[in-house]
Design a protein around this ligand. Sequence first.
Ligand code: G6P
Length: 611
Amino acid sequence: MCGIVGAIAQRPVTEILLEGLRRLEYRGYDSAGVAVLTGQQEINRSRAVGKVAALTEKLQDSPVVGNIGIAHTRWATHGIPAEHNAHPHMSNGRVAIVHNGIIENYAELREELKAKGYQFTSDTDTEVIVHLIEMHMTFGLSLPDAVRKAIENLRGAYALGVISADDPDTLIAARQGSPLVLGLGLGETFIGSDIQAMLPVTSRFIYLENGDFCVIKRDSLHIFDLSGKEVTREIKESNAGMCTADMGEYRHFMHKEIFEQPVAVQSTLEGRLGVDNLKHCVTGDNAMDILAVVEEIQIIACGTSYHAGLIASYWLEEMTNIPCSVEVASEFRYRRRPPRDNVLFVTLSQSGETADTLAALEKVKQDGSMLATLTICNVAESSLTRESDLSLMTLAGPEIGVASTKAFTTQLVVLLMLVGLLLQAKGESPETVKAIVENLKKLPILLEQALEKDKAIEHMAEDFIEKHNALFLGRGDQYPVAMEGALKLKEISYIHAEAYPAGELKHGPLALVDNEMPIIAVAPNTGLIEKLKSNLEEVRSRGGKLYLFADKAAAMQADDDCYVIEMPEVPEILAPIVYTIPLQLLSYYTAVFKGTDVDKPRNLAKSVTVE
Ligand code: G6P
C-alpha cells in the first residue's frame, strides 16, 4: 500500500506534496514524511508518526522549502509505525527515496550493504534501495544510472520516487508492480500513486506501465521501458477534478458514500438500459461474441468485492445456467486447477490495483487458460482495466472511506447487467433480460427508501456499543450480504463479527448464543423465509437477541428480544443490493458511537497494493 507523491517545479512544492498526501491517505496513514531539495542543494526531510495532519503540524514549526521533492504516507509492512521507519529514506544525506511495494530480497541485500559499511536506521525493506543507489553513485554513476543499476538487484514490487543532492534538477520515477502515474503541468511534472493526488495541479496524466523508468526534469521528460528503450506513453486528460472529494454536510466520507448510492447506481445505469434489453456496454474487442461462447465463469476478488462476486454467483447460475466459481485472489493465485474450456475470468475491484487480484489476472494471462478476461472496476485506467481484455465499469465516483460501500452496490448492479448481457449474447431468455432491466430501473428509488431507515438504525446501533461479538445470518444470496455486514462491522467498529448461512447455525455457532450475543439477520420475504424463521427460533429459545431487517410480507414479530426494522418491499432479485444498506448504516453508527476512526480504521488501507 502506501501513497507516494513527488514534484519538480519552478515554485515551492511542499504544499503540493502535502495536499497530495492528504488525498492518498486512503492508502495508508500510520506515518508520513516529505523531503525537498533546498536552494543550497541539501535534502531537507521531515517525518511524523500518525496521519498527514501530524506532519503538517510539524512542518508549521520547522518548514522545509524547495522546488523539487518527494513525500509518502505509510501503511507499515516491514517495521512498526515509527518515525525512523517513515519514508522518505535517505543515504548519507545524498539520496532520498519514497517507495510503495515490497522488496522480497531485502534481507540479503541488507546484509551485503552492511558488510560494505552502510548503517541502517530503519527496519524497512525500502532502505536497501536508497543505499544501493548511493553506493552506485559513489562508484561514479549518474543518478539515473545508479537508480537503474539498483533496480536490477531488486526482487518484488515497487513504485519509486528518487531525488539527490548531487543532481538537483532531476526527479526519478520507476514502476514495477505498484501503481504510479505522472502528472504533466506547464514547466512542472508530478508523480503520484493515483491521479487524485495530483488533481489540484493538473488534469493531464501518463499511466506508467510495469517496468517504466522516468528521468524527469523541469523542461524534459524521458520514459524508458523494461528493455531500456525510450518510449512515448499516451497522455490522458481527466475530468475527475470535477467530482468533489469533500465531505459536504456529512461527518464522514463513509456516511456520505452510503447516501450517494442511489445516485451512484443511477450513474452506473445511465445510457446502458434499453426498453427491454441492455446496451452493449462491455468495453473491448468482440465483447458480445466472447460472451456468446462462455461456458463457465471464474470470479476473483478480495474483501468487499469478493462478497459481490459471491452474490453474483447465485444470480449467474440461477439465471444463465452457467457454472460460476468465486475465489479470493490470494488463494486462487497459488492454486493449480484442472483446465476447463471457455472460461470467462472476471476480476472485481473498486480500485483496480489490488495486488493479489492483479497477480491472479497475470497468472491466467500467462498460462493462457481462459477464454477472455473481464474486469468490473471503478477506476478507468487502473492496472486491472488496462490489463484485461474486457471491462465493465462501475461509475460510483471516487470512494474515499476505507470501508467500501457504493463501490459494492454498483458492482452488484453491473454484475446483474452482466447476467443480462450473457443471456442476450447467447440469445436466451429475453423475458429474464427484460425483468433485469425493469428491476434495475426501480433500484435507485428502492435504495432511497432503504436510506430512510437511517434514524431507526442509528437508534438500533446504540445496543451494539458495549458488544464484543456479533453473528450475522442470511440464507441463499442473502448469506453473502450477511458476510458483507459482518465485514463492515469488524472493519470500522472493531467488534468481532462472523456471518453464517442460517442453516449452519446448529453445527457450531449456536454454542455461542446467549443474551450477550446479538444476532443480526437479513430476512426479505424470499422462498427461504420460512427456513430462516425456524433458524431464528432456535436462537430465541437460547436467549439470543435478534436484530432483523425484514419486509412486511416476511411477517417478523417484534418484541423485547427481537428488534425489527421494516424494509421496503423489493423484487427478490434486488434484495441483496437493498438489504446491504441497513447493514452499512448499522456498522457506521456503531463505529460513530464507539468513537473509532470511521473513514480510516486502524491497520487497514483502501488500496492493498502489497501481497
Ligand atoms: C481493501 C479495502 C476493502 C476492499 C478490498 C479490495 O481491503 O479496505 O474495502 O474491498 O481492499 O479492494 P478492491 O479495490 O480490489 O475492491
